[in-house]
Design a protein around this ligand. Sequence first.
Ligand SMILES: Cc1cc2nc3c(=O)[nH]c(=O)nc-3n(C[C@H](O)[C@H](O)[C@H](O)COP(=O)(O)OP(=O)(O)OC[C@H]3O[C@@H](n4cnc5c(N)ncnc54)[C@H](O)[C@@H]3O)c2cc1C
Length: 443
Amino acid sequence: MGRAASVGPRMADEFDAIVVGAGMAGCAAAIRLAQGGANVLLLERGSAAGAKNLSGGILWGHDLDAILPNWWREMPLERHIVRKRFGLLTGERSASFDFEDGDWKKEPYVAHSVLRARTDAWLAQQAEAAGATVVPGVPVERLLWEGSRVRGVVQEGETMTAPVTIVADGTNSRVSLGTPIRPASRLSGEATELGIKEVYRLDPSVIEDRFQVGPGEGHAEEWVTGLFPSGVLGGGFLYTNRDTISLGLIVNIASLYGKGVYSQELVERFKLHPTIANRLKGAELVEYGAKLISSGWASRPSAFHGEGWMVAGDAAGFVFSNGLVIQGMNYAVRSGIAAAETALEARLSKEASSARLAAYDRRLERSGILADFRDFERMDEVKWNPRYYTAYPKFATDLLHAMMTETGAPKQPLRRLVRKAQKAAGLSTLQLVRDGIDVVRDV
Ligand SMILES: Cc1cc2nc3c(=O)[nH]c(=O)nc-3n(C[C@H](O)[C@H](O)[C@H](O)COP(=O)(O)OP(=O)(O)OC[C@H]3O[C@@H](n4cnc5c(N)ncnc54)[C@H](O)[C@@H]3O)c2cc1C
């Protein structure tokens, strides 16, 4: 791959399409464009694709079948996930259940743990092999607007032009903020979440013993954490990689406002919980970082396409996160391919008007992406109900404690134990019913 300087001065419309950002969305778009014969330029601000990427890392990769049929054999994946654990953490208690599925153990496997520095670099190589010009080390400064039309991008005074630009620069899409794509100059706390991640090195045989998986198999955990001070809301995750463990938190940013709580303090509380601490025994911290995460429909731009532009992946708000799963890479790939196919059609018709690029929205609709977000419009509101992070973990772990601990005191019927746990957690029966209906209806 060349350096920024090798892009050199370009003549107008030398490229058929420019893609900003070599994450999952941008790489998928560039691969599909190059496979379709387009002259595509993929620009990445990091020193290499993936260098600036941080993701907890379970990839549901079937969307890649359309561009890279052998991806699951060739891509540098970590482990194929065979088990998911969901649980609650409070004080020194935890409660969890496991889901295992025989289908997950069969090739081509449905989900893999990934480390983005490896996967994104590989995807960028595939884009280059397909014929795309991939240039890392180029932080695009802004889109080149001519009236209401995007004509390309600008970086350090140099312009690179194309009839179509695909904006795939991730959650905090700087190139679209303050433009007609996203008129506000900043993302709101309500439309974003904070992801914090650490990576720990651990011997593969220890990972396999500790998490009871075979060689190449992986285990994933999602925790609702009733551990944080001052009403801070967040959930934890832990995924096994080949010789590392990815561990982190997804935190509701609005719940952090004015609390004087540092994100590192939250990670420490999560890691120090005995259930999590046991999993990290003997592991060595090798990497850490934090990144904003789009939160679905609330974080969508003013439109997904316009004159000469389309927005894909996180930049379009396509992250589905309901507390049990977080899925964004699959939507990034699918929307990147949809944008590329629309750009290929526009190239054939030699027209990249908004009316022509409206085919992108139709593809997003047909592929189910828009329905997945529109139908779950209330999910964030329900997911960040403070009771799920305080009252419910306490209620569930108190109840389980009462049911499972022999103290010599007279046994109590379940209804009395439930009522006692409800009272201690401050949960009325009406709230239980209402919250239950919300979950069933909106999550
Ligand atoms: C902690 C955490 C855990 C997550 N866990 C999961 C998970 O388990 N499963 C899942 O599917 N999703 C997960 N996600 C979400 C997932 O990471 C994103 O949905 C996905 O990365 C979106 O891909 P993208 O290509 O749209 O954006 P990104 O991956 O963010 O890629 C954008 C790219 O654009 C580049 N860029 C940005 N600005 C510029 C610029 N001005 N010029 C040039 N390049 C630029 C960036 O460097 C980056 O390479 C998680 C996210 C976080 C933060």
